[in-house]
Design a protein around this ligand. Structure first.
Ligand SMILES: Cc1cc2nc3c(=O)[nH]c(=O)nc-3n(C[C@H](O)[C@H](O)[C@H](O)COP(=O)(O)OP(=O)(O)OC[C@H]3O[C@@H](n4cnc5c(N)ncnc54)[C@H](O)[C@@H]3O)c2cc1C
Ligand code: FES
Length: 368
């Protein structure tokens, strides 16, 4: 083939591919143009006229109805379930792992996966309508360990938040560096439920994580951040004599709030808090929990180091938190367990708790 023929072929191919992309983009616009549709919520209690084409999760958020979500719509947390009575189409493959047989009967769907294309009928629990959005001032950022920061986020003047100790907020990042879109992630509230003009979060850096890199390297005191919440069903039931609390890393956040809640409300529960870490540099809030232990004999703090370094001169419990749990908790009788930390650690602890007689009704957790 001579040079001219090659040029001609390349030209034709370029023209064909350009025409194809124009056709695809027009088709996308036509196909995604669902116009205005109606969302009927809770049998006509609320009717919204919304623009079709986006996920149900983001469509509801733009109407200030915030459905719990921790993964930012990636279909990996399973928290964004909503009952869609009509208009959602068949269950998608991405939803299947999160929707049980019982939930299928109730038409439960992952709202981040369902696209709003036509009129829909939804059932949304009333308490989700209380979830609000806040633009907060970053009043303080403190290093708690080499990879955990504490954020003190001040609500706008005059605004307050009511939450149950143990619940979480959604934190929205702004685009930065190569990240061109806002993302949101879940963070448990570590501050006291009685402090209603601010929330504190404990955020552990995940290497290459979008939100935690933003918090650890971009966010500064004096900035403004957007939060929504409170969310979640990890909170005190308290139908028992003793609370067994277990956390690792930033999982300490909701447990701290729970401990203060029990104390401030003058509840009678005994509390034992097992905190698992690798080495001394992973421990934080040590002085504070030691002080609570002194002031309130109902509370016992048990930090456990899995691999203390020689220079740590560690004299406390050595070994995985599971070992301390197996040694020190005799049975599940009269107790509830509250756990927060990585899935691996929590699964291992839950196995031990069940061997001791705890049940699904007496074990509560947030895995992250
Ligand atoms: C109910 C709930 C409460 C939570 N509370 C807290 C809290 O109080 N403090 C806190 O620090 N985090 C908390 N998390 C976790 C938090 O929501 C984010 O998932 C986490 O901070 C990572 O976000 P990212 O945007 O930085 O990482 P992403 O950009 O989402 O992830 C980047 C990469 O890291 C991997 N990755 C994500 N998370 C982890 C992890 N934990 N360990 C190892 N690899 C990971 C991902 O698979 C991905 O490959 C909570 C999660 C839930 C569901
Ligand atoms: S938002 Fe996480 S599964 Fe939908």
């Amino acid at each position: 083939m001579d040079f001219q023929a090659i040029l001609k072929t390349v030209g034709i191919l370029t023209l064909v591919s350009a025409s194809l992309s124009v056709i695809i983009s027009i088709a996308e616009r036509v196909l995604n143009n669902y116009g205005m549709v109606e969302l009927d919520i809770n049998n006509g209690k609320k009717k919204l006229q919304v623009k079709g084409g986006s996920s149900l999760l983001s469509t509801l958020a733009s109407e200030k109805i915030f459905i719990p979500s921790a993964c930012g719509g990636k279909a990996t947390c399973g928290l964004c379930k909503v009952s869609v009575q009509e208009g959602a189409g068949p269950l998608l493959l991405t939803e299947e792992p999160y929707i049980s047989a019982e939930e299928r009967k109730q038409n439960m769907r992952l709202s981040c996966q369902v696209k709003v294309k036509n009129n829909m009928k939804l059932l949304i629990p009333e308490d989700l309508f209380n979830i609000r959005e806040f633009i907060c001032d970053v009043k303080e950022i403190e290093d708690m360990t080499y990879d955990i920061k504490r954020l003190h986020l001040q609500l706008p003047p005059g605004e307050t938040i009511s939450f149950k100790a143990g619940q979480f907020m959604q934190f929205y990042t702004k685009p930065y560096g190569k990240i061109k879109e806002e993302v949101f992630r879940a963070y448990s509230i570590s501050s006291k439920a009685s402090e209603k003009d601010h929330v504190e979060l404990l955020i552990r850096l995940v290497p290459n994580g979008i939100c935690t890199t933003y918090v650890h390297t971009v966010l500064k005191e004096g900035d403004k951040v957007r939060l929504s919440g409170p969310y979640g069903d990890f909170y005190l039931r308290g139908d028992c004599e003793e609370l067994i609390m277990i956390a690792g890393g930033s999982g300490l956040a909701p447990i701290r709030s729970l401990v203060y809640d029990v104390i401030e409300k003058g509840l009678p529960h005994k509390m034992r808090f097992f905190f698992g870490a690798n080495t001394l540099r992973d421990l934080y809030y040590m002085d504070e929990f030691a002080q609570i232990e002194k002031d309130y004999p109902q509370f016992q703090f048990i930090p456990c180091l899995a691999r203390p370094a020689e220079e740590d001169n560690w004299e406390g419990v050595t070994g995985f938190v599971t070992v301390a749990l197996a040694d020190q908790v005799d049975s599940g009788q009269g107790k509830e367990a509250y756990l927060c930390g990585s899935p691996g650690m929590l699964d291992a602890c839950i196995k031990i708790l069940k061997e001791k007689g705890f049940t699904d009704e007496t074990i509560f957790y947030d895995k992250f």
